[in-house]
Structure formats: structure tokens, C-alpha cells
Design a protein around this ligand. Structure first.
Ligand code: GLP
Length: 260
């Protein structure tokens, strides 16, 4: 794992830069997109770079991580709508190239299986953007998730429903109880994973992910088993890292050619 500790704006630039370089090398790259507030500065940076003619998504495809079950298709918090509003509709993705799990499918198990197959058929995810929940979840893989899980139905924890109530008029009862989510093994199949976390509230989850034992109690800790993970954190989210000084030094002295 590479841990990069920088101010928030610099983190978004680094992630956007990695995506733009990927698209230059591989115009039909497959991007994994995350919802939540953490990746928003990355999307804003990519939109700006697109408007400046520096990024082209016309050949690319995108897969979102997760979706609420049973949410109204027009609800602004349906993740497929969130990703369009925050990012994809502002750049030149082909509309049919942006995919999300279908939380309104009559057969949810089949929808999960079809989603796995669609990712595989697209050639797998080249670069996956991730956020992290305060309890260490990635996508909606809550504590206790199988480290070998694939896309499936999950129940949200009370903590996650409370965290997300802010998107539902502050009313936790309006937050759906179930979701479809890529599994931990699905996420682990991506070739490069870029996780962004900012603010003190994420410090414990980041510490457990990077420096704790690999455990279903902190689902993001599975990323320790991935050969190419970049963890982008600001000072707040890095606040509990035991080896923070080492990560800072390593990044400062990193050879230019190596990039993230
Ligand atoms: C939700 C999403 C996750 C996201 C997490 C953190 O639960 N399913 O993908 O990482 O929220 O969100 P935020 O970045 O807003 O803290």
C-alpha cells in the first residue's frame, strides 16, 4: 500500500491525474466509481480537466460500487443518479457505458450475478476509486462481510444508516435498510485501487485499514492483500497512523518516474 498524506486539493489532483494518464494509455479503460462525499473533489477536478480538453471519456466505461435496494428510480440519492449528477453527465461518457447494480430488480440475486458478469465482460476494472466508511466499510461491505464476497444483497448497519441520514433530510428512517454492493473480492479484482479519505472522523478506519490486522471487522483491511493500492489522506484522516512520518518521507523522496 502506498499512503500519501497531502492537503485535500492535492489528493484530488493526484487521483484525477492517475485517471487521465490511464485514459491516455488506454482510451477504453474501465473506471470504478464510488459515491459518498470523499471522491467529489476528484470528480470536480476531472470535469474541469475535461472542459479544458485534457480528458476524454468517450471510449471509457464505468461501474459504480453499490446501490440502495427499493429506492425510487428518480430519487436524487439513488447512487446511479448521484454519480450522473456529480460526474458522468458532465463529461463525455457514452450513457450506455455507465453501469450500476439494479436495486429495483425483481430478482436481486440475478441482478448481482449479471453485474459481476458485466464487469468481467468489460475486461475488469482498471482503476477503482474508493471512499471508506467510519466503520471501515468499502462500498457497502459492512463489518463482518466475507473477505471473499462478490456482488450481493447486504443489510446496512445502524451506523451507516445514521451516517447517511444527512442525505435523506436527516431522517434515518428514510435511509433504506438494504443495498446491493460489489463484494470485497469484486473490488480486489480491480487493477489499481485509489482510496481517498479526509477528515478526523476517518482516522481510526484509515489506521485499521493500513496498519491493523486483516479482518472482516474492518473490511477495508483486505486491501493490504492487493498489489497496487494508493491511499490518499489528509492530515485529519492520517491522524492515527503509527507510521505517518515514514509515509511522508517515502512520498517526499519518491522517484518522479514512479507516480502513484
Ligand atoms: C457510503 C458509500 C461508500 C462510501 C461511504 C463514505 O456508505 N456506500 O462507498 O465510501 O459512504 O462516504 P463519505 O465519503 O461521504 O464519508
Amino acid at each position: 500500500m502506498e499512503v500519501v498524506i497531502q492537503p485535500g486539493a492535492a489528493l484530488a489532483e493526484l487521483a484525477a491525474e492517475a485517471i487521465i494518464r490511464l485514459l491516455e494509455r488506454k482510451p477504453d479503460a474501465v473506471l470504478g466509481l464510488a459515491t459518498g462525499s470523499s471522491p467529489l473533489p476528484i470528480y470536480r477536478e476531472l470535469i474541469e480537466r475535461y472542459q479544458d480538453g485534457q480528458a476524454d471519456f468517450s471510449g471509457a466505461a464505468a461501474f459504480t460500487l453499490d446501490e440502495y435496494v427499493g429506492i425510487d428510480p428518480d430519487h436524487p440519492q439513488r447512487y446511479r443518479n448521484v454519480i450522473d449528477d456529480e460526474f458522468t453527465k458532465h463529461v463525455n461518457f457514452r450513457p450506455e457505458a455507465v453501469h450500476g447494480p439494479d436495486g429495483n430488480a425483481a430478482d436481486l440475486a440475478l441482478a448481482c450475478q449479471s453485474y459481476e458478469e458485466a464487469i468481467k465482460a468489460a475486461g475488469g476494472v482498471d482503476l477503482q476509486i474508493l471512499g471508506i466508511g467510519t466503520d471501515g466499510h468499502i462500498a457497502f461491505n459492512e463489518p463482518g462481510s466475507s473477505l471473499a464476497s462478490r456482488t450481493r444483497l447486504k443489510s446496512l448497519t445502524p451506523q451507516t444508516r445514521m451516517d447517511n441520514a444527512r442525505f435523506f433530510d436527516g431522517n434515518v428512517d428514510r435511509v433504506p435498510r438494504h443495498c446491493l454492493t460489489q463484494g470485497l473480492a469484486t473490488i480486489m479484482s480491480a487493477r489499481h485501487i485509489v482510496l481517498i479519505a479526509t477528515g478526523r472522523g476517518k482516522a481510526e478506519a484509515v489506521h485499521q485499514m493500513v496498519e491493523g490486522a486483516v479482518s472482516a471487522m474492518w473490511p477495508a483491511s483486505i486491501l493490504q492483500m492487493h498489489p497496487h493500492v494508493t491511499v490518499l489522506v489528509d492530515d485529519g484522516a492520517a491522524g492515527r497512523l503509527q507510521l505517518a512520518d515514514y509515509y511522508r518521507q517515502a512520498y517526499e523522496h519518491k522517484p518522479d518516474w514512479q507516480r502513484i
